[in-house]
Ligand binder design. Structure first.
Ligand SMILES: [Zn+2]
Length: 474
């Protein structure tokens, strides 16, 4: 069965068919962090969601090119540079490094490319020049360059592809900045912001004059540079739909005349303790705040992955405690399977498919339906119940345990929660166990017993069962 995803562009669940004629390569762009502070748990929901999409596409055999930009030039960054009296690169570098560290803590696969806006100024300028040439952007009296939505629509282009917009009211609620007084229409947005005294020494020369790029244009310039004028997937939080993503579409399609992105995926908001996160309510958490409370990245990842990406999710500390319990159940079961199946080489047994032992097919069917994660977790926990039952009743063979573990590894390549096992066997112990088996086979019982004693001295016992030997930690 093929993967189906909810495409914000069509407002419907659609079959996922990559642009690549072979159906293998997938270009995926996710709007990255603005590096002026530590990312909060709401941001992390989006990045864990992007990681799930990427891992699942890889599970299904796609060759994914995952791009995530780093916004390292923006109003809040300039303010931070001014207030901290730190050079731009040093200021943003600190938060960028923290972001990448947090990404690792949550076991997210690192994007293949992480372009920085400040390292793509020539590409951004070239894109703006193209938009001016095409008559959909103009230089205003204040030296800034704006995108004209009216002229863009006048060319027959559609602004408001992701969201049905009321053009009379559009952006009326947005604060009109004093440095944007020169634009022709309130709906227009800045592509290039002319240098102002508050910018200090943060500016770049350009054909339009000294200044810096707007936020929206960097995503168009960098995504198209790496993934081409048209690509498969664009992800982000739903708060980015308007204006950021609408503006990305307008800039990109306005410049190339080609459809920009085939599938737009948006993750829903996160509430914390039932309310919108805010510093004054005391429910504003960065990942680091939660780690300081004693929770682990693994528990946080598990909780963030427990709800469907299009549902508003209520993140609570109680939920994190529940995550710990659920993970312990997984760890205990997988640990026991490892104990039982540890010495079996699976080889030939791969030929027999045992669905009750190998739930990855069912797991995949659940995720194929627009990443229905609750159904996928149900498959996992049903399987754990079944495995525990078989283990308790002592009728799970070493071979079956090994088969079950292989299936779990496939599932966990998507979930990325890992499984700690109390009975993780060190290579040295495994080597001794193998040497003992060889000695027994050669009827060298003296040596076999000596190895058994050596293992015991290292706190491992070896038990001979009709199905082979089992290692156990004392
Ligand atoms: Zn973006």
């Amino acid at each position: 069965m093929g993967l189906k995803l909810f495409n914000t562009l069509s407002r419907s669940v659609q079959e996922f068919e990559p642009l690549d004629p072979d159906g293998k390569k997938v270009g995926m762009y996710c709007c990255g962090p603005t590096v002026y502070d530590f990312a909060h748990i709401g941001n992390w929901r989006t990045f864990v969601f992007a990681d799930l999409v990427r891992r699942y596409l890889e599970f299904k055999g796609h060759a994914v090119m995952h791009v995530m930009n780093i916004t390292d030039i923006e109003d809040k960054i300039i303010k931070g540079v001014r207030e901290s009296k730190t050079p731009l690169r040093e200021f943003t570098g600190k938060y960028e490094a923290a972001f990448l560290e947090d990404l690792k803590t949550l076991n997210c696969r690192e994007p293949h490319q992480k372009p920085r806006a400040t390292e793509h100024i020539p590409e951004i300028i070239a894109l703006i020049e193209k938009l001016i040439q095409r008559g959909v952007a103009y230089k205003a009296a204040d030296g800034s360059v704006y995108f004209s939505i009216e002229k863009y629509r006048g060319c027959g282009c559609n602004y408001g592809q992701l969201l049905k917009l009321n053009f009379d009211e559009m952006r009326a609620g947005e604060r009109v900045k004093s440095d944007e007084y020169a634009k022709e229409s309130i709906a227009d947005f800045a592509l290039w912001k002319a240098r102002v005294p508050e910018d200090g020494d943060i500016f770049w020369p350009s054909p339009f004059g000294e200044g810096r790029p707007g936020w929206h244009i960097e995503c168009s310039a960098m995504s198209m540079k790496i993934l081409g004028a048209s690509f498969d997937l664009h992800l982000g939080g739903e708060d980015l739909i308007f204006p950021h993503h609408e503006d990305e579409i307008a800039q990109s399609e306005g410049a190339t005349g080609k459809p920009f992105v085939k599938y737009w995926l948006h993750g829903a908001h996160l509430l914390v303790e039932g309310k919108k996160m805010s510093k004054s309510l005391g429910n504003f958490f960065t990942l680091r705040d939660l780690l300081a409370k004693g929770f682990t990245g693994r528990e946080i990842r598990f909780l963030l992955l427990s709800a469907h990406y299009r549902e508003t999710f209520n993140f609570t500390l109680e939920g994190l405690i529940g995550a710990k319990t659920a993970l312990t159940r997984i760890d205990e079961c997988v640990g026991k399977l490892r104990e039982i199946g540890v010495q079996v080489s699976i080889g030939s047994s791969q030929e027999t498919f045992k669905p009750e032992l190998q739930p990855h097919g069912q797991f995949s069917s659940a995720l194929d339906a627009d990443l229905c994660i609750s159904a996928a977790w149900a498959v996992v926990f049903d399987w754990i119940r079944e495995m525990n039952k078989r283990i308790a009743e002592n009728y799970l063979t070493a071979q079956d345990a090994a088969i079950a573990l292989m299936s779990w590894d496939k599932i966990d390549s998507v979930l990325g929660i890992g499984a700690k096992s109390a009975a993780e066997v060190p290579a040295e112990i495994l080597a001794l166990a193998e040497a003992r088996s060889a000695a027994k086979k050669a009827k060298d019982f003296k040596r076999a017993d000596a190895i058994r004693d050596e293992l015991k001295a290292k706190s491992w016992v070896i038990e001979d069962t009709p199905k082979g030997s089992k290692l156990k930690k004392i």
